[in-house]
Ligand binder design. Structure first.
Ligand SMILES: Nc1ncnc2c1ncn2[C@@H]1O[C@H](COP(=O)(O)OP(=O)(O)O)[C@@H](O)[C@H]1O
Ligand SMILES: [Mg+2]
Length: 318
């Protein structure tokens, strides 16, 4: 096939694919006030706000703020088999350690590797010193409940919890994908760690297209199960949670990450003020037309339920 850059550019424009500069200039800078960033950049604060707003989040087991607290944390976790260690200001899955069991006084990570108490302490110490935080600022560490994912994802997830990312613009869901951990992503669902992104059709809550790195995929590379045509459980509730969480954040353009726990149902993991753009590839569709459709509304609907209903009616993938 002859590669014609003009045809490609025209096609990209037609589907309304937006690039990083446009996202920043037209949406992030315009709709996200600086003063609200801490609400989403600090995972401890996000959790606190979510609880205040009656939104479900994984239970907080412990917080480590100072070096001397590191040694005490083992006793606090003595009764816990599974938990997740997470830098409060981390991003992209960096610094997150998913512990799924123990062997003697060692901890077992989701990739099967054992971690000694010393290695664990060292990791906490690195996190406190800002190794994983934006700009290298000193950080705190959260230790929280390890989500047990809903069995519908058994065949399409490799040792980790898939999460659903929903982009909310001025309170309206505009695009969604589910991210599936792979062997490469070590229990995490971040695309840069090697997870797969699968687009979700907003009206039906059904998965449509997948992307793994630069590759379009229809099957999970580790389990070989199809990732297309899956119905996301509790779909309406997920969109309602995301639309409500965006209100709590004060941000006009925000990505809300939700996980589905087998026992507790949907729970918010985190919010992002600068959600990535690969979601467009995973959906085979650009964000621009949808964002413009919301911008054109004469009046924004006051309730999350109305905004979710609007999205279901207007933002189909096909
Ligand atoms: N409590 C948890 N239980 C199980 N897996 C988790 C938990 N928290 C995070 N993860 C895994 O790690 C990934 C990244 O976590 P997240 O809180 O979104 O931080 P980041 O800002 O680094 O993306 C999630 O997508 C999920 O796969
Ligand atoms: Mg995340």
């Amino acid at each position: 096939m002859i590669f014609n850059p003009f045809t490609v550019a025209r096609r990209l424009r037609k589907i309304g694919l937006i690039g990083i500069n446009q996202r920043n200039a037209d949406y992030v800078l315009r709709y996200n006030k600086r003063q609200f960033y801490p609400r989403v950049d600090d995972k401890l604060l996000t959790k606190k706000l979510a609880i205040e707003h009656g939104l479900p989040v994984p239970e907080l087991f412990a917080v480590v703020r100072e070096e001397h607290e590191i040694k005490e944390v083992h006793a606090k976790l003595a009764e816990r088999e599974k938990f997740v260690v997470k830098p409060a200001h981390g991003s992209g899955g960096d610094g997150i350690v998913v512990i799924v069991g123990r062997r003697g006084d060692k901890y077992r990570r989701s990739n099967g590797v054992l971690m000694t108490a010393d290695e664990f302490n060292h990791h906490l110490s690195n996190s406190l010193s800002g190794l994983f935080s934006l700009g290298g600022q000193a950080d705190s560490v959260l230790i929280e409940y390890c989500v047990e994912f809903d069995p519908v994802f058994d065949h399409v997830s490799f040792r980790g919890v898939p999460d659903v990312r929903i982009i909310i613009f001025q309170g309206y869901p505009v695009m969604a994908m589910i991210r599936l951990p792979t062997r490469m992503s070590d229990g995490k669902a971040n695309l840069h760690q090697g997870a797969i992104g699968v687009g979700i059709d907003l009206p039906s809550g059904r998965t449509c297209k997948g992307v793994w790195g630069n590759e379009l995929v229809t099957e999970h590379p580790d389990t070989e199960h199809s990732i297309i045509g899956m119905d996301i459980p509790h779909w309406d509730q997920l969109m309602m949670i995301a639309a409500t969480a965006s209100e709590m954040s004060g941000l006009g353009y925000v990505g809300v990450d939700i996980v589905l726990d087998k026992v507790h149902g949907p729970m918010i993991l985190e919010l992002n003020a600068r959600p990535g753009l690969a979601i467009q590839i995973a959906n085979g569709n650009g964000l621009q037309h949808r964002l413009e459709a919301v911008e054109k509304l004469k009046q924004l609907a006051p309730t999350a339920a109305e905004r979710v209903a609007f999205a279901r009616e207007h933002f189909g993938t096909v």
